[in-house]
Design a protein around this ligand. Sequence first.
Ligand code: SF4
Ligand code: SF4
Length: 417
Amino acid sequence: MLHTIKSDSHGPLGAPMAHAVEACVHCGFCLAVCPTYQEFGQEMDSPRGRIVLMKQVLEGGLAWSAAQPHIDRCLGCLACEPACPSGVPYRDLISPFRAVAREKFARTPGEKLRRWLAAQTIPFPARFRLALTGAKLGKRIRSLVPKDLRPMLELSPDHVPPAMALARVTPARGERRARVALLAGCAQQVLDPDINVATIEVLARNGVEVVVPEAQGCCGGLAWHTGDLQAAQKLARRNLAAFPADVDAILTNAAGCGSAMHEYHLILRGTQDEARAESFRKRVMDVSVFLARLGLRELPSGGVVRKIAYHDACHLANAQGVREEPRKLLRAIPGATLCELRDAHLCCGSAGTYNLDQPETAASLGAQKAQAVIATGATVVASGNIGCLTQLRAHLVKLDSPVRVRHTMQVLRDAYR
Ligand code: SF4
Ligand code: SF4
C-alpha cells in the first residue's frame, strides 16, 4: 500500500510500522479469519481496515481518537498473519502503534485506573495473589465498585490454589540429554502453579535438566500489548540479564510469554540492547517444540482412554507457528484420541487484558469456544496458554460442562502417572 508515513518521526518503531503498511495489498484475504470482523461485521474492525486506519493516523491525516476504538478492539490474536498471502507482519504494526498511541490518546480516568491496576498486579505474583484475595471481597460489594473495574471482579477466580515453590535446578532423570532454563511466568504461577510443576516433571522424565533462574520476572507481554513500551523494555532487560547462556534453550510454557519474548528485538529496537535481544529471542522456544524435537524418551503409559480436544492458543499457533508439536505429544498418549475444534482459528477472547478491556466481545468469543469444545465430546481440553485455559474454564463452567481444562504438559504428566 502506498503511504506517506515519515518513519523517523515515530521513533525506532516507525520503520517496522511503515514496512507493514507497505506490504499490505488490500486484498482482503485476512477478513474471513478475523474474530472482530466476525463479531462487528465492519471493515474498520478487520485487519485490512485497521491497517488503513493506522496508516492514516501515522501519516497525520486522521485523529488518533478516530482510530483508537477500532485498534482497542483488536485482540492481537494474529490470525490475520498466516492468512495473508503478502506476508504482512501485522505484529510489527499493532503493538508499536499502541506504544506510540499511548502518548497521543487520552484514556478516561476509569480506563486509566483499570490499566494501571492490571499493570501493577498481574506481572507480580505476590501482588496478583493479594489482588485476587481483594477481588473476593470486592465481589461482595460489587455495586459499590466503579463500573470500569467490575470486569476484573467477574474474571477473578473464586479459588486461588496455594503457591508451589520450584527448585532452582531439577536434575534430569537418567542420562542427561539437555539442559534448559524455564520462564516461570507471572499470572500462571498464581492461577495454576501446577503447570510449571508438570512441565518440569515431564522434562526431567525425558532427560532434561531444568533451571529456573531466580532473577527472572514477567516477560513484559502485558505491558507491550497494551502499549507501555517503557515497562516492557524494563522487564525484557531484566530477563536478558537473568537467563544463563549455558543452556540449550530458554523454554516457555505460556504462549503469550513465548510470543512476547520472541518480540524482544522489537521492544528494544533502537536501544543498546537490540542486538542482545535479537540473539536472546532466537534461544526462546515453547516447551512443546523442544520436547517434540528432542523426542519423548519415556512414553506415557496412558491408562484412561479418553478424547482430548486441543485448543490452539493464538500466541502459539499464529505468533510462533506452533501447531503440530503439541498435537504430536498428545497423540503419543496410548489410547487417547485427539479432537479438533470447529472454527479453530478463532481466538477464545482471552488475549492478555482484552477480557478486562472489551468484556462483551471477550465473553462472546469465550462462549463460542467453550461450545466448540463441548461439541467434540472430549472429556479434557488441552492448550498451551494460561490465558486461554482460564477463559475456557470460566466459560465451560458457565455452560455446566464437566470438561477438564488442562495444559498440554499437565495432560502428559498425568498420562505418565
Ligand atoms: S490479507 Fe494481507 S495483504 Fe491482504 S488485506 Fe489482509 S493484511 Fe493486507
Ligand atoms: S490480530 Fe486478530 S483481531 Fe486483530 S486484526 Fe488480526 S485477526 Fe483481527
